[in-house]
Design a protein around this ligand. Structure first.
Ligand SMILES: [Zn+2]
Length: 389
């Protein structure tokens, strides 16, 4: 997982509970290489040419299993994030692995730790299940040979596949747990430093420093491997080194901005006298007394206890037929899912950076502990708080 890794054109494969699973064109290169390389491997193992049916089918099944393992790893992050109120829109796979794109950053070290650990935990579970299957099927020493990719005379194709997938998941686990921010281990290191110091920016600088060191190590090791005959693996690792190094550097630079927000809460900078429309008035009245009067494109809507109900948008009520405007009330025409467009006044201002709801309206509603509308925070207010004083 690394939300800072680059963009690119993607193809949507399927959706799971609203999360889009997409692949970048570069992912197909990896799939192709895995199938190509494994066909030969299984061919040698079974004493058949790599181009014959059985080695090829095993190679395709292994590539599918590898793909599934990476998706499950990312879903591990996504599941924990969503349980902690962080939205996940897309899981993207590309040549350097998977990325679960979160709509905002964690607002506590505990959440950061759990989200970062969610993926490796799933990978560890997959490896444990595969190893258990292997041990039960062929026993300890035969499976150990298989997992070390040693060709043995009594080799079984399916067990070799289980062993290969177990080995790959163990490698993915070990690699991700290196404290190379923004990789998982680096995020775990940041969460721990954040918990100890109580300061997110200081923790990010520490983890990003480690990330830069690991980036240089990956580059050096990658070049070494490439010159020793493993050109693709070496170049791949060196490129990961460049990415990790660049992302870590960007994260360090970003902290010089976000450190100004340290400890500032949403309630400290919001506009605390927002204009809200009561949900019980008619559309006609809302148009006359609010939309025409203020000329805004949206308003928050509250119930008679001042509790936030959602948003009402001009474009949408313009489409309500005249005849219905007198008979229907504002709360019948709330913008879809807009009930979620609020944040607690106690939330840290920095948790708003990258908030996708805020991007959509240019503002976010602020509520108090009782769910009552306490204010509105706009992108401009956030921008002012970010500027050097
Ligand atoms: Zn991960």
């Amino acid at each position: 997982m690394g939300t800072m890794f680059g963009g690119g054109n993607t193809i949507t494969l399927f959706r799971i509970r609203g999360i889009r699973i997409a692949v970048d064109w570069s992912w197909f290169l990896i799939l192709f290489l895995v199938i190509f390389w494994l066909s030969d491997f299984y061919g040698d193992l079974l004493g058949q040419p790599g181009s014959s049916t059985e080695p090829y089918l095993l190679a395709v099944a292994s590539a599918a299993g590898f793909f599934g393992s990476i998706v499950l790893h990312e879903l591990g992050h996504a599941f924990v994030a969503m349980r902690n109120g962080i939205g996940i829109t897309t899981i993207r796979l590309w040549i350097f692995g998977g990325v679960a794109q979160m709509d905002r950053e964690s607002d506590s070290p505990g959440v950061e730790f759990r989200v970062a650990a969610g993926g490796p935990l799933v990978t560890a579970a997959i490896a444990a299940i595969l190893i258990a299957i292997g041990l039960i099927s062929v026993g300890g020493s035969a499976f150990q040979d298989a997992i070390q990719l040693q060709v043995s005379a009594d080799a079984n194709g399916l067990i070799a596949m289980v062993a290969w997938l177990a080995a790959v998941n163990l490698i993915v686990l070990a690699f991700n747990l290196l404290p190379a921010f923004p990789m998982d281990g680096g995020r775990i290191a940041r969460a721990i430093a954040w918990k100890i110091t109580g300061k997110r920016s200081a923790a990010t600088r520490f983890a990003a420093g480690l990330g830069r060191v690991f980036g240089f190590i990956f580059i050096a090791v990658g070049i070494f491997i490439a010159f020793n005959g493993y050109v693709f693996s070496g170049v791949w690792l060196a490129l990961i080194g460049f990415l990790v190094n660049g992302s870590a550097r960007a994260a360090t630079m970003q902290t010089s901005v976000t450190s100004r927000l340290e400890g500032v809460r949403v309630g400290d900078v919001m506009d605390n006298s927002p204009v809200a429309i009561p949900g019980s008035i008619t559309i006609e009245k809302a148009l006359e007394e609010y939309f025409l009067r203020y000329q805004w494109s949206w308003f928050p809507v509250v119930d008679d206890q001042e509790r936030f109900l959602g948003m009402i948008v001009r474009d949408r009520i313009d489409q309500v037929p005249e005849i219905e405007r007198l008979s229907t009330v504002v709360s019948d025409h709330l913008e879809e899912q807009s009930r979620a467009f609020h944040i607690s006044q106690e939330a840290l201002l920095e948790s708003l950076l990258g908030n996708s709801d805020m991007r959509r309206f240019g503002a976010l509603m602020v509520t108090d502990g009782g769910g009552r509308l306490a204010g509105v925070i706009t992108v401009e207010q956030l921008g002012r708080a970010l500027k050097p004083q």
